[in-house]
Write a new protein. Structure first.
Ligand code: UDP
Ligand code: MG
Length: 311
């Protein structure tokens, strides 16, 4: 059996409508590129007919299509990780299923890999998403740049190409919640970023809502940086210093002015503020402890139900 040179990994969650369109656009592009390739779909426990559609696509092109089916929905990143575990190619490409990034941009990225870059990232020039999604992204980008020391223009853009060595390192790292785009950028020796097209979803609905996005960004920052903890330590020290001076001042007043009972509510206000800051700090520590917990637990990140591929 001939080994493919390029492996394309695509997570699939409820994409019965977009899969055939993707197939019809991606396959001609890759056939034309002229190198041996494979497309690995990972069905992340779709509740619609995605699995049937994948079977049809496999029957059309058993030479290039492979499909992994999960037991249930584990999330986009575990799905991509499962794909990474299966790749045979020397060059790996990740792509979303919904055609927001055009498969026609893939050859451009592959050319850059051939030129010696080990990671080629895409950034969405003319992003076609809802306004609030863009605002959340902008904010998260600003915070991330300050807190983490990784240059990446658009960590939400999954259209990326990588040398196999990078993928092997990501697989080996075996993190519970890997951030594939950021991690690959971090591991890269010679990365480059290019603008890629961005369209509205071909069909179906986005699988992200505001809550998922906030969680995602929180996870992202805590997984690459301990700066949030350090901010709390510094804030705690400043508060302590302030309180210390305040105690001395109050003690002096007690000696000079005598006992005073006024200002109880101011005291309450200060107390509530400090208690809520403490609680936030505890929550923050909890985030890190939770992360450590899920790392040491070593539970399987996903369970594969079925693999469709040419034997
Ligand atoms: N996806 C997945 N599991 C999930 C959610 C999404 O595999 O739980 C896939 C989805 O099929 C798509 C990609 O991840 O290929 C990106 O998802 P989506 O387009 O919903 O995200 P958005 O473009 O809105 O960020
Ligand atoms: Mg999308």
């Amino acid at each position: 059996m001939s080994i493919p040179y390029i492996s394309i990994v695509i997570p699939v969650y409820n994409e019965e409508l977009t899969l055939p369109i993707l197939f019809n656009r991606l396959i001609p592009v890759m056939d034309k590129y002229g190198k041996l390739y494979e497309v690995i779909f990972v069905n992340d426990g779709s509740k619609d007919k995605s699995q049937e559609v994948l079977r049809e696509l496999f029957n059309k092109r058993p030479d290039v299509i492979r499909a992994v089916q999960f037991m249930r929905n584990y999330g986009q990143h575990p799905a991509i990780m499962a794909g990474f575990g299966k790749v045979r190619g020397d060059v790996v490409v990740t792509l979303d299923c919904d055609l927001q990034n055009p498969p026609e941009d893939i050859p451009k990225m592959l050319d850059l890999i051939e030129k010696g870059h080990d990671v080629v990232g895409g950034y969405r020039g003319n992003r076609q998403d809802l306004a609030w999604r863009k605002v959340v992204s902008k904010l998260s980008n600003i915070v991330r740049k300050r807190i983490m020391n990784i240059e990446i223009k658009d960590h939400g853009c999954m259209l990326r190409a990588y040398r196999r060595t990078i993928i092997d390192q990501i697989v080996q790292s075996g993190e519970a919640t890997p951030f594939i785009t950021v991690l690959s950028q971090y591991l890269a020796g010679n990365p480059v970023e290019i603008e890629v097209g961005h369209e509205e979803r071909a069909a179906g609905e986005s699988n992200y809502n505001l809550y998922k996005l906030i969680r995602y960004n929180f996870d992202l920052v805590t997984s690459f940086s301990v700066v949030p903890l350090q901010i709390f330590t510094v804030a705690g020290m400043v508060c302590s210093a302030g309180s210390f001076l305040f105690v001395i001042y109050m003690f002096a007043r007690r000696l000079i002015v005598g006992p005073e009972a006024e200002g109880v509510f101011t005291l309450f206000a200060i107390l509530f503020l400090l208690i809520s800051v403490t609680m936030t700090g505890l929550g923050l520590i909890g985030e890190y402890v939770g992360r450590i917990y899920s790392e040491v637990r070593h539970r399987p990140r996903y369970v594969v139900k079925e693999v469709i591929e040419k034997k």
